[in-house]
Design a protein around this ligand. Structure first.
Ligand SMILES: [Zn+2]
Length: 125
């Protein structure tokens, strides 16, 4: 399956408020980036699974200068890499109050261009 087709499927899951990831049944590896083969064992038969959305902040930065004119009204905003419970790292926007190591919960939100992106905030206890 082409990566473009996989990206479309990824967006469709997000539109259904689900956070998808690819799983390799050959080596049991999970992949946070959309790809059409397993970069651990080379298998091509990856399957979609749904993540819980729960994880921890692994890296976070605050953007003060918008990279696009369309984003000017949204600065400052935080971009985080989150290590999900499923072992995969994903990137998304995050609440400005978050810090490294914080337990977070993610959900898809609509981006300025109509696509869906991930947004993380503090995990409910
Ligand atoms: Zn594999």
């Amino acid at each position: 399956m082409s990566v473009i087709s996989l990206e479309r499927t990824y967006q469709q899951y997000l539109e259904m408020s689900q956070i998808p990831f690819l799983h390799c049944s050959a080596c049991q590896g999970n992949h946070g980036f959309v790809r059409n083969f397993c970069d651990v064992c080379g298998a091509a038969d990856l399957e979609w699974k749904i993540a819980s959305g729960r994880g921890r902040i692994q890296a976070i930065t605050v953007i003060h200068r918008a990279p696009l004119a369309e984003l000017k009204s949204t600065v400052p905003y935080a971009i985080a890499i989150v290590r999900l419970e499923e072992g995969i790292a994903v990137m998304g926007r995050a609440d400005l109050a978050l810090a490294l190591g914080d337990a977070v919960s993610g959900r898809p939100v609509e981006h300025y261009d109509g696509t869906q992106i991930l947004y993380f905030d503090k995990q409910e206890k």
